[in-house]
Design a protein around this ligand. Structure first.
Ligand code: ATR
Length: 271
């Protein structure tokens, strides 16, 4: 068996994951010797799969759908971001053999929003959706001191319950109650997965300075970024940069060196 440090991404499905390509590119650019694979996790086997991987030389892993909650439960210790998200996308084997869980998704998003010069500090921000994706981005966005964050969701009670985790800082409501404008609109709902649009009025979208969809598609715009572009929103982006950002932060946690964001974006999305 080789002594090369092993990493992997775990989830189901997993064959579509770009993580191996990204991490091998980062390793090459930073001169780190490692290998990175994909592991399909069958239902109910997450813990055994991870423990076997670590027993066989795995030093860390990324965790994707539907295993982020299992990873959260398995970790011996958690970062504040993982605690706030209630989910883990990065596991690391520590020197004492314990397992540390982090969540780099939200910080990956903030990294990309800054790269794109989207409004954040003192900005009024609308987050669409109140599921796990929305929960995972709240703390990193709040760290940037926005003026206000409003979460709008079809199921209003979910928006209110998520907002109540940050009393006085985040408001939760239904789409009908939205009546003002926002500097930045983030689609954290899974609407784009099914090619649907969340029920946000055009008048609200067209007043935004920036629209960001956490989803991305390798081939085309998402339904929501397409809508925002058609309404001439000045800055429109899908979540590809967030994908790169979260991967960079995982790599840094494991290896102690930070790959360059722009080099990675140019390589994987050249236009
Ligand atoms: P994730 O963990 O990816 O956030 P999730 O927990 O299933 O996934 O949450 C999906 C979110 O997308 C929910 O907020 C859901 O709204 P409901 O809670 O009302 O179901 C939202 N969502 C999914 N499809 C949507 C659509 N077409 N329009 C608006 N919101 C949608």
């Amino acid at each position: 068996m080789s002594n090369t440090d092993k990493y992997a991404v775990l989830g189901n499905p997993i064959e579509h994951s770009m993580s191996p390509l990204l991490h091998e590119f980062f390793a090459q650019k930073t001169g780190q010797e490692l290998c990175y694979g994909r592991i399909l996790v069958e239902a109910g086997t997450f813990e055994k799969t991870v423990r076997d991987f670590f027993k066989n030389g795995g030093r860390g892993c990324n965790v994707t759908v539907p295993c982020k909650l299992d990873a959260y439960k398995l970790a011996d210790s958690l970062s504040d971001y993982a605690k706030a998200a209630g989910a883990v996308n990065t596991l690391k084997v520590m020197e004492d053999g314990s397992i540390y869980g982090d969540n780099t998704d939200g910080r990956g998003l903030v990294y990309d929003l800054k790269r794109l010069s989207c409004p954040l500090t003192d900005a009024s921000i609308l987050i669409i959706g109140a599921g796990g994706a929305a929960k995972g981005i709240l703390l990193p966005i709040l760290n940037e001191s926005p003026k206000e964050i409003v979460i709008a969701n079809r199921t209003v009670a979910k928006a209110q319950s998520l907002a109540s985790l940050y009393p006085g800082k985040v408001k939760g409501c239904g789409f009908d109650e939205l009546d003002c404008s926002f500097d930045l609109i983030i689609n954290a709902s899974s609407s784009s997965l099914s090619g649907e649009l969340p029920p946000v009025k055009d008048e609200i979208i067209e007043k935004a300075q920036a629209v960001y969809d956490l989803m991305y598609s390798k081939t085309a715009q998402t339904t929501f970024t397409q809508k925002a572009s058609s309404l001439n929103v000045p800055k429109v982006s899908d979540g590809f940069g967030m994908l790169i950002g979260q991967a960079i932060l995982s790599f840094e946690l494991w290896r102690g060196v930070k790959p360059d964001f722009d080099t990675a974006i140019k390589k994987f999305r050249p236009c």
